[in-house]
Design a protein around this ligand. Structure first.
Ligand code: ZN
Ligand code: ZN
Ligand code: ZN
Length: 108
């Protein structure tokens, strides 16, 4: 694991949306401003690497903005075309679980 700056709060440690209070801690890094991520990671397609989906933490990457990198060949998800979104519901694509890519050996 290694640490990166928390994208959800942009490294401030505070809740970026101030849902409870502008002074409450970021729900992703718990106020530490850094989060632990796998050493090999790729940007989360569903939240476009922002960690936020609307005003919620992204359910795909848990607000970290990155997901663990694939350990094999991948291809672009045919259902969401790499966006990670399930239109029109706006939820994470079920086929790729919001990542935007699937293992090349996964048959649909
Ligand atoms: Zn944070
Ligand atoms: Zn995400
Ligand atoms: Zn997909």
């Amino acid at each position: 694991m290694h640490s990166i700056r928390c994208v959800f709060c942009r490294g401030t440690g505070n809740d970026p949306f101030g849902i409870m209070s502008w002074h409450s801690s970021c729900p992703v890094c718990l106020g530490k401003a850094v989060v632990d991520v796998p050493a090999l990671h790729v940007p989360c397609a569903h939240c476009k690497g922002t960690g936020a989906f609307k005003t919620f933490t992204c359910g795909v990457c848990a607000g970290k903005g990155v997901v663990s990198a694939p350990d094999g060949p991948t291809r672009v998800c045919p259902d969401c075309r790499g966006t990670g979104d399930d239109t029109p519901s706006g939820m994470a694509c079920l086929t790729c679980r919001g990542r935007g890519w699937i293992g090349a050996d996964v048959l649909c």
